[in-house]
Design a protein. Structure first.
Length: 342
């Protein structure tokens, strides 16, 4: 994994992959391009992605973040976040004649389509995820009469279904892989004929970031995860680090939140970031750690990601009309993560 380190030498193990995934990158670029194409304000329902820095940066450029569509002026333009929305939200937007740009991650859209198909086949659908999370609300809204949310393995005993032979599970895309599979295992103990989704619902980026943390955690006295508190995948990375052998693990929004006490007696610090975190925040963390003597940085790479998604259909059409390039685009943060990779 990494080279040998002299006793007492301070080092950082930097996880790769980390930071922006393709779905987050697509959503952020969608707002950036919308502002360029249409001018401010461009309304965004909820946070475009769960990262405080990203939201504040886009707001400074003219994005207006609202809780729901009824806060958007009639006939105005609104972007749906990467987490997806329910049919009821789409209907509410149409009722107000809103011009919508759907920045839902394509991997989330895949789960929505699974829910619709299984509901049409009259299955009871067990959605493994965190109740109240925007992605879960959007997916559950596709077939509320068929879907019940299972928050954790401990919730399995309370699940009730109409026919134990017509039950299927699907999941939120940003879960801990290990916890989700434990929930599935317990569900299958209760419902032996539990059906699986046609493909893995937990997204490639979530899994890749967890695998990288698992690999470096046993060597780390402390792991620092950059990501916001409402970022499910960032919170999961902290849990994965602790469960995989790290001495300690902490989540921070920015470098200034590092507590020097965390580093007392440490020789190896792991650093990673959630899938909605721009690389500039990671670079700030590395700079701050260097001031405490952790200047040696070794990358722990477990996968290479090159997936890119096309921009939302509605936006591509207007970009073409305006003579702009509607192709796959990378935000500045995504380019930095690729170009500056150690």
């Amino acid at each position: 994994m990494t080279g040998s380190t002299a006793v007492g030498t301070k080092r950082v193990l930097l996880a790769a992959p980390r930071g922006y995934c393709a779905g987050v990158d697509r959503a952020v670029v969608a707002v950036e391009k919308a502002l360029e194409q249409y001018g401010a304000p461009v309304y965004v329902r909820k946070e475009i992605v769960h990262n405080k820095y990203v939201v504040e940066t886009l707001a400074a450029r003219g994005a207006v973040f609202v809780h729901d569509t009824d806060e958007v002026p009639e006939g105005a333009r609104v972007v749906f976040s990467a987490h997806g929305v329910s049919p009821a939200v789409r209907a509410a937007a149409a009722a107000r004649s809103l011009l919508t740009i759907d920045a839902t991650c394509p991997l989330v859209t895949k789960v929505h389509k699974e829910a619709v198909r299984f509901a049409a086949d009259d299955y009871d659908i067990l959605l493994i995820g965190h109740a109240g999370h925007e992605e879960v609300e959007g997916t559950a809204g596709e077939a509320p009469e068929h879907i019940q949310v299972v928050n954790s393995p401990d919730d399995v005993d309370g699940v009730q279904v109409r026919d134990p032979d017509r039950v299927v599970w699907i999941s939120q895309t940003t879960l801990s892989v290990d916890e989700a599979m434990e929930t599935v295992r317990r569900l299958r103990e209760r419902f032996p004929n539990l059906a699986d989704p046609p493909s893995d619902d937990i997204c490639y980026a979530t899994q890749n970031r967890q695998v990288a943390v698992k690999k470096m955690a046993p060597e780390c006295d402390v792991v620092v995860v950059v990501g916001s508190a409402n970022s499910s995948n960032s919170v999961r990375l902290v849990e994965v680090a602790r469960e995989s052998g790290a001495g300690a693990a902490h989540r921070i929004d920015a470098a200034g939140q590092i507590d020097p006490a965390w580093l007392d007696g440490a020789t190896t610090v792991g650093v990673t970031s959630g899938a909605s975190v721009p690389e500039i925040l990671v670079r700030d963390v590395l700079d701050r750690l260097a001031t405490f003597g952790f200047g040696e940085v070794e990358e722990v790479r477990t996968a290479t990601e090159d997936l890119m998604f096309s921009l939302p259909r509605e936006l591509r059409a207007d970009l073409r009309t305006g003579g702009a390039d509607p192709g796959r685009a990378r935000s500045a943060a995504r380019r930095a993560a690729v170009d500056n990779s150690l």
